[in-house]
Write a protein that binds this ligand. Sequence first.
Ligand SMILES: Nc1ncnc2c1ncn2[C@@H]1O[C@H](COP(=O)(O)OP(=O)(O)O)[C@@H](O)[C@H]1O
Ligand SMILES: [Mg+2]
Length: 371
Amino acid sequence: MATMDGLYVGLISGTSADGIDAALVRFEQGRPSLVAGLVHAWSEPLRRRILAVAQDEERLDLDDYGRLDVAVGQAFADAAQAVLAKAGITPSEVTALGSHGQTIRHRPDGDRPFTLQIGDPSVIAERTGIATIADFRRPDVAAGGQGAPLVPAFHATVLRPNEGARVVLNLGGIANVTRLTPEGEVTGFDTGPANGLMDAWCLRHRGEAFDRDGRFAASGTVDPDLLAELLDDAYFALPPPKSTGREHFHLAWLDLHPRVADLTPADVQATLMALSAVSIGDAIARHAGDALDVVACGGGVHNAALMDALRMRLEGRPLHASTAFGIDPDFMEAMGFAWLAYRRLRGEPGNLPAVTGARGPRLLGALYAAP
Ligand SMILES: Nc1ncnc2c1ncn2[C@@H]1O[C@H](COP(=O)(O)OP(=O)(O)O)[C@@H](O)[C@H]1O
Ligand SMILES: [Mg+2]
């Protein structure tokens, strides 16, 4: 089989919709390394629109849907061009681009399960001049899987432990954990909220997109009653495979609890941070109790208060940002989508049935040829 080594671009905007992560990745004998990475800002109106749609605060008609799909595709193409410019690389030097797109709805359960990512891949291919691979999640959902998380397979290629089990913890809008063993076992699932609820609460009460370094949360006191009510949500006790998103854990979900109105905004923020830390800690204890260490990635690693709260819930296991293992925590996921594009070109499956619950391994992503 051709090695398909070369340069790839990976693009993703996660549930936080904080920006489009773009990673330029070199594969050498199958081993990935980050050449350049950047976070491309959304225009503020486009970001607000995406968040409103993803949380069902705004309904789209078909015309709006089509136009939003193209606008997101254009922004993704801009992100790809920006990372190439940063690295001084031309599109003709790039083998392929893997685009996750922007999830606006994720309903992997029920009688007609679906997951919906937008960002027209034909627009990305046309604008960048790079062969684009996109639509990674739906083949897994069609095969009975959750379509998420998809990064555990990539975690296994870059962070497999030498001794004892390890957890890789991705702190995005939602948190997901991956359990890895030296023998190559990989399991993983979404634990629930990481930053998403804190971001939304911070925006409502502070007018800021996120709680820098967790200072707002640190200024409040955890309310044990509200925390217990929130932890009562059925999602936390569900056995894996499971995945979730903004359509479940959003402010309307929080507002269902009358106790929220009796507390100061800072105390609610402190409680939301505790919710993330406790639910992640419990998930690790229950499903990866043998892990010796926890390696964190995603934007949440920059939230010092959240990292401290997590350490208290890990029963003494060391918690390190992935930087300690040579991987930029801000680009782990984007690198994962470059890797999925690489897998697709090699004709290798991208999903792990043990993680997503799919009936079997599947080739993920469809190819949109370069113009
Ligand atoms: N300095 C910081 N302090 C607190 N939180 C931060 C900081 N930097 C990033 N974050 C958090 O990380 C989030 C983005 O993380 P990311 O991994 O991109 O999530 P997603 O995959 O959902 O887009 C932001 O929304 C914010 O909550
Ligand atoms: Mg992000």
